[in-house]
Design a protein around this ligand. Structure first.
Ligand code: LMR
Length: 440
């Protein structure tokens, strides 16, 4: 009897309240991935995913890039016994050099390297990361520890993960007004006014290198110059997030223009770049990325790299090997690189074509409102201007999935579904009133 009573589960409240996890707070669900899951489990035959930013073919299918497939075949054939070995903590050095050269515009051929280029490369400490999120994270940890900024400035709106990444480091967050809903353009005046008045020396400012996520609107070159000047004058630390190099415009140089402009400024600025290879190589799940910390030349590059490695080792030891091996092969081989450029052309031009197709269809339907922003925006996303109510109606009635802010991933459109999507937008706009943009 005694034994029986001892084995009875104790359901008294005093026992259950003993859990030290009792006060666990609610954690925000990631909207982008939750939406992707909802789409995946939707069984409706006409469903359309305009949520997560992944490239799709004209048939709505994933597209392993032909240049990537070529390397995968080579690797399979080679059957290298070292392919599952550990990488160094900083990552694969050949990959890192190629990633850096792509970002900053250095010629990769060592024989062509000028003394100025050699000197410029000495300013950059690079480590391999778990794609763009990992690069943003490693950068945030490093800067929170060593720069100790009073604030991090994030555009309003921005990729929601920027907020999460910096909140996790406990750095107080402020926002600069990026989007002018009235003109549907970059709020250059508001950005400059806010930063001029409120940003403090040593603050970090997160900048989207190109194809701003979610608005698809980038500063002009003149505006970039003014932002760089402001960063220099006020001693702000620019933190570029580069997730779409070559994917946005088709040109790796054009999409890196802002980063290279800041990098080449005199007097030299300290800055950093989080570089993702998810979109431009279609290697989403492979997690290929790099983080580049740029010094003004006074701080020892090796010392910076050692500090970055210290963080990486304590957190996850090193980035994965398989995807970076593919990127390394492609960037390091002239023919494969040319094939990759053709892949970039295919992806960037299809997205532009789909923007045009959606716009033309809305015009043909005489959908109330002005839709020119769809063709004027750049990169993977369109900030459609659809309201929350319209977004929810699209999901519930038409099985078309986009973010609550009205952000639509244009690559989810195809010749097969663009008429259906335009008609659905036309319906919800006629039912719920003309578009207006809410910044979430
Ligand atoms: C997106 O914004 O949809 C993509 O960059 C995917 C992600 O990681 O959020």
């Amino acid at each position: 009897m005694l034994i029986e009573s001892q084995t009875q589960p104790d359901n008294s409240s005093s026992s259950s309240s003993r859990s030290r996890l009792a006060g666990l707070p609610e954690a925000a669900v990631d909207e982008i991935f939750a939406l992707n899951h909802a789409y995946a489990t939707d069984t409706h035959p006409d469903k359309v995913s305009l949520g997560i930013g992944v490239y799709r073919t004209p048939d709505g299918k994933p597209w392993p890039l032909p240049s990537v497939q070529k390397v995968e075949e080579e690797l399979l054939h080679e059957n290298d016994p070292f392919r599952h070995e550990y990488l160094p903590i900083e990552g694969d050095q050949v990959f890192l050099d190629l990633a850096r050269d792509l970002m900053f515009g250095f010629k990769h051929d060592k024989a062509l390297e000028t003394p100025a280029e050699k000197e410029a490369k000495r300013r950059i400490a690079s480590v391999q990361t778990i794609s763009g999120t990992g690069a943003n994270h490693v950068g945030a940890v490093f800067l929170a520890q060593h720069l100790k900024p009073k604030h991090v400035w994030i555009s309003s709106p921005s990729w929601p993960n920027h907020q999460t990444i910096w909140d996790l480091q406990g750095v107080p967050r402020k926002s600069y007004p990026y989007f002018d809903a009235a003109t549907r353009s970059f709020d250059f005046e508001g950005t400059m006014r806010t930063l001029e008045a409120e940003a403090e020396e040593g603050d970090v400012i997160v900048l989207h290198a190109c194809a701003h996520n979610p608005t698809g609107i980038d500063p002009t070159k003149e505006q970039w110059k003014a932002i760089a000047d402001l960063c220099q004058r006020k001693g702000l630390f620019p933190f570029f997030d580069s997730a779409y190099q070559g994917f946005a415009s088709g040109s790796v140089d054009e999409d890196a223009w802002a980063v290279r402009y800041f990098f080449n400024l005199e007097p030299r600025m300290e800055m950093c770049v989080a570089q993702s290879f998810s979109k431009n190589f279609g290697l989403y799940g492979q997690r290929v990325g790099a983080f580049h910390l740029v010094t003004n030349g006074e701080t020892d590059q090796q010392l910076v790299a050692k500090n970055l490695c210290h963080i990486i080792r304590g957190e996850y030891s090193m980035a994965p090997r398989a995807g970076s091996t593919i990127v390394k092969r492609i960037l390091g081989d002239e023919q494969l690189r040319a094939a990759w450029q053709r892949d970039l052309d295919v992806m960037s031009s299809r997205i532009k074509k789909m923007r045009r197709a959606l716009y033309d269809e809305l015009v043909r339907l005489k959908t109330p409102g002005n839709w020119e922003h769809i063709i004027n925006q750049n990169g993977m996303f369109s900030y459609t201007g659809l309201t929350l109510r319209q977004v929810l109606a699209l999901r519930e009635q038409y099985h078309i999935y986009l973010l609550k802010s009205g952000r639509a991933s244009i690559s989810g459109l195809s010749d097969n579904n663009v008429a259906y999507v335009a008609k659905a937008i036309d319906d919800v706009v006629r039912t719920w009133g003309i578009i207006g943009i809410i910044v979430i």
